[in-house]
Design a protein around this ligand. Structure first.
Ligand code: LLP
Length: 425
């Protein structure tokens, strides 16, 4: 059993490490802001799925959007994972790592375009998670044109509420995702005789950062009931794609047991599909695999006081990690080399971007830091770099992957030249 995060102080007064690699040395070598990920930790989390779902046919299709670094996709592919993609770009990433991985790809997303569909058909992906009748019509047309039948599941909207941030909750009828579960049977029937569409599964995804197992169980129970009906209708439904969304704990002082979480999740799903022993589960975790395996390293540029308020200004900003600004998300921020003094500071921890919304934490108490110090923003492995932008013409951070004693650069820091390369003045 590994600690919840690979980022630890190996001894009192020694600097923070990722596994066995000291972070100050990485910041020195590659500069800041810098994303650091532990491959060992990601593989450990992936291994938990194999352990907990043993005896149940299943495939973990990693949600590429959480962190689409090629190096991460590569070792997940080698470990046998499949991939959940939501764009042609994500498919190209997977294919760049391993062409044969297409057979383990599921394609979700409400707005698939004809070129994206064609690429997926030609690559021979496992399953299209179809989100509307319009998409189904286009898919059928493209499949006929290319003479490549499309295996599909309908992404049904189960009308299940999942307690999470409203921006990342997806399973209610009022959300844009999926097809109303009450209409689904009729839609499956309508394609039953279409030779270019092979109904092979039912899929649900109710949201992200969901911290209890019940909503997953409720959604899967509804999907399983639909599968029973469809099988009665004579459709050979093999897959239940249970989506992603398994949450983590971002607070250091709150307990979190990944093994326990995933066990509860597995037992909710198993209960939902009991009586369907030949069903294959597809699981689309993103955050659960990569979030806690990653941190964003930043350097303190300035300390500043405006009235009664303290500010710690970092060289990282909302363009590098937007989660606090966008979802009021909590990320722990800890010094890489803690000072001996017990002095604390309560401050807003902010970046250089020209927006008041550019913050990582507000009124946060942290050990007193000084300009030049390094801090680690924890649990930044998911939806960090993948949501990064060039706002304020800031090049995106470099990324380093740690495996055992080894650390290697997996993406160099962008340069302003990279940013200007696509423009015509
Ligand atoms: N499958 C589908 C169809 C999805 O839409 C998502 C996430 C996943 C799987 C993976 O969900 P996960 O296991 O990572 O929760 N940017 C937000 C999260 C957006 C999630 C979007 N869809 C954040 O930083 O919290």
């Amino acid at each position: 059993m590994l600690p919840v995060r690979p980022f630890v102080y190996p001894a009192k007064n020694s600097p923070l490490t990722c596994g066995e690699v000291p972070l100050d040395a990485l910041a020195q070598k590659y500069g800041t802001p810098l994303y650091v990920y532990s491959a060992d930790h990601i593989l450990y989390r992936l291994g938990l799925f194999a352990e907990v779902f043993a005896g149940q046919r299943h495939l973990v299709c990693y949600a590429v959007k959480a962190n689409s670094a090629l190096a991460i996709l590569k070792f997940l592919d080698r470990a046998g994972a499949g991939f959940d993609i939501v764009s042609g770009g994500e498919l190209e990433r997977v294919l760049a790592v391993d062409k044969s991985a297409a057979a383990r790809v599921v394609f979700s997303g409400v707005g698939k375009t004809a070129p994206e569909i064609d690429l997926a058909l030609r690559s021979g992906i496992l399953l299209f998670n179809v989100e509307s009748e319009g998409e189904l019509a286009l898919l059928s047309e493209r499949a006929a044109k290319l003479r490549k039948p499309a295996r599909i599941s309908l992404r049904v909207n189960p009308d299940v509420f999942a307690e999470t941030h409203p921006y990342i909750s997806t399973g209610l009828r009022e959300h844009k995702f999926g097809i109303d579960i009450l209409r689904a049977r009729a839609v499956y029937r309508a394609v039953a005789r279409n030779r270019w569409i092979e109904p092979a599964g039912v899929s649900v995804h109710i949201g992200s950062q969901i911290r209890t197992a019940e909503p997953f169980g409720a959604a899967a129970t509804r999907a399983a009931a639909l599968i029973r009906q469809l099988r009665k209708d004579g459709l050979p439904i093999k897959f239940l794609d249970a989506g992603g969304g398994l949450g983590i704990e971002y607070h250091l002082d709150l307990p979190f047991h990944p093994e326990e979480k995933i066990r509860q999740y597995a037992s909710a799903l198993r209960q939902a599909i009991s009586g369907l022993p030949d069903l294959q589960l597809l699981l689309e975790p993103g955050r659960f695999l990569v979030a806690q395996a990653g941190a964003l390293l930043a350097r303190v540029l300035y300390l500043k006081k405006n009235g009664a308020k303290n500010f710690v200004i970092l060289d990282a900003a909302m363009n590098d990690l937007i989660r606090p600004s966008l979802y009021q998300a909590h990320h722990e921020i800890i010094p890489v080399a803690p000072r001996k003094s017990p002095r604390k500071l309560t401050a807003d921890i902010v970046g250089p971007v020209c927006e008041t919304g550019d913050f990582f934490a507000r009124d946060r108490e942290l050990p007193a830091v000084r300009p030049g110090d390094l801090v680690a923003i924890l649990d930044a492995g998911a939806y960090g770099q993948s949501l990064a932008s060039n706002y304020n013409s800031r090049p995106r951070p470099a990324e380093v992957l740690v495996q055992g004693k080894r650390a290697r650069l997996i993406r160099r820091r962008e340069t302003t030249k990279d940013l200007l390369a696509t423009e015509m003045a």
